[in-house]
Design a protein around this ligand. Structure first.
Ligand code: HEM
Ligand SMILES: *[C@@H]1O[C@H](CO)[C@@H](O)[C@H](O)[C@H]1NC(C)=O
Length: 335
């Protein structure tokens, strides 16, 4: 081997050692999402959240529906970055003001949890992680499965209302659109079917239902369910000031269970997407399986929530740890 070749070899070796070392350093700084991310910086974090969820749930049962719905509306829109929680600013309209976010409520209880965490560990735990973990613990309060989830998400600085419709399907979109949107974030047909099982709790306002009742009743609706829906939604154009809604699952409205699948197989699904889930040949087999087996529903639900909650997170040095969940730090520091 000539001197030149030896030199080249040495250069190559040291270069790869350097790049290996910097790759490792980068990894140390940004492990991505991991189990128990706060074990050194705020070991009590997950327990505080769990405790707060229990306390708040006792006083305001329906806040558990909101925590669960939050995971979908935050994570499915680009990233689990708590952008859903941001208020509008002078320049931008926030996601929660849009029609796709209609009916979303109880945001102040997320702030309560954040305050409790901040008292113990100021500036450490992200709103994005609090959003996901409160949803996880809310599922348990509703009788659903306990889902171990990773943490380490950081908070985004912006909420972009104008991109919402690209990511969140509407209540009357076709199953092809719905399947496509979920596939784009790695959720397959059984995963989608399981996630929509969330419509086993909570409510749907009449504005999202009246097109199935007026001017004519949708013949696809179970005639036994129609009188109840008409009773709850007596006007073709609901009074925007009256809070008129139908419970998603009349049988067990407070429990996350597989009754939803029996309802939709019985044509008692409220929204078009619920109804289509039971009739489309791509999803119907899983609906039938989940109607029969709560275990299968819970298994698929846990798998799909995990994928959803890991959608494109901000980690490492990206984003920030918000001081309060409804404001980016830049705006918080000004006020
Ligand atoms: C195709 C997908 C979906 C569509 C079109 C959709 C649409 C809707 C609509 C229109 C409502 C009624 C809101 C109201 O009137 O107050 C609702 C409620 C709800 N959704 Fe979904 N949703 C979808 C998927 C999901 C997923 C994946 C989850 C959870 C992981 C979820 C959780 C909930 C919950 C818990 C409620 C009840 C909220 C409450 O009572 O405050 N939804 N959804
Ligand atoms: C879905 O419903 C909305 C009202 O919530 C309506 O504006 C829209 O045209 C409907 N879309 C379809 C595809 O029927």
């Amino acid at each position: 081997m000539g001197t030149k070749a030896v030199f080249l070899l040495l250069a190559l070796l040291s270069f790869s050692a350097v790049s290996l070392r910097s790759a490792l350093a980068e990894n140390e700084e940004d492990p991505g999402l991991v189990m128990n991310f706060y074990k050194d910086t705020c070991p009590q974090a997950e327990d505080i959240i769990k405790e707060q969820v229990k306390l708040l749930y006792k006083r305001h049962k329906n806040t558990a529906f909101s925590w669960l719905r939050n995971i979908f509306h935050d994570c499915a829109v680009q990233s689990c970055d708590a952008s859903l929680l941001l208020d509008s600013t002078r320049k931008t309209l926030s996601e929660k003001e849009m029609d796709r976010s209609f009916g979303m409520r109880n945001f102040r209880y997320i702030e309560n949890i954040k305050e409790a965490v901040e008292r113990e560990c100021p500036g450490v735990v992200s709103c994005a992680d609090i959003l996901v973990l409160s949803g996880r613990d809310g599922v348990v309060a509703l009788g659903g499965p306990y889902i171990p989830l990773k943490t380490g998400r950081r908070d985004g600085r912006k909420s972009r209302a104008e991109i919402l419709e690209q990511y969140l399907p509407d209540h009357n979109d076709s199953m092809s659109v719905v399947l496509e949107r979920f596939a784009a974030i790695g959720i397959d047909a059984p995963g989608l079917v399981a996630l929509l099982g969330s419509h086993s709790v909570g409510r749907t306002h009449c504005v999202k239902l009246v097109h199935r009742l007026y001017p004519e009743v949708d013949p696809a609706l179970n005639p036994d369910h129609v009188p109840h829906m008409l009773h709850k939604c007596p006007d073709a154009i609901p009074d925007p000031k009256a809070v008129q809604y139908v419970r998603n699952d009349r049988g067990t409205p407070m429990v996350l269970d597989n009754n939803y699948y029996r309802n939709i197989l019985d044509s008692k699904g409220l929204m078009m997407v619920d109804h289509q889930l039971a009739t489309d040949k791509r999803t119907r087999p899983y609906v039938k399986k989940m109607a029969k087996s709560q275990d299968y529903f819970f298994k698929e639900f846990s798998r799909a929530i995990t994928i959803l909650s890991e959608n494109n997170p901000l980690t490492g040095t990206k984003g920030e740890i918000r001081k309060v969940c409804n404001l980016a730090n830049k705006l918080h520091d000004k006020s």
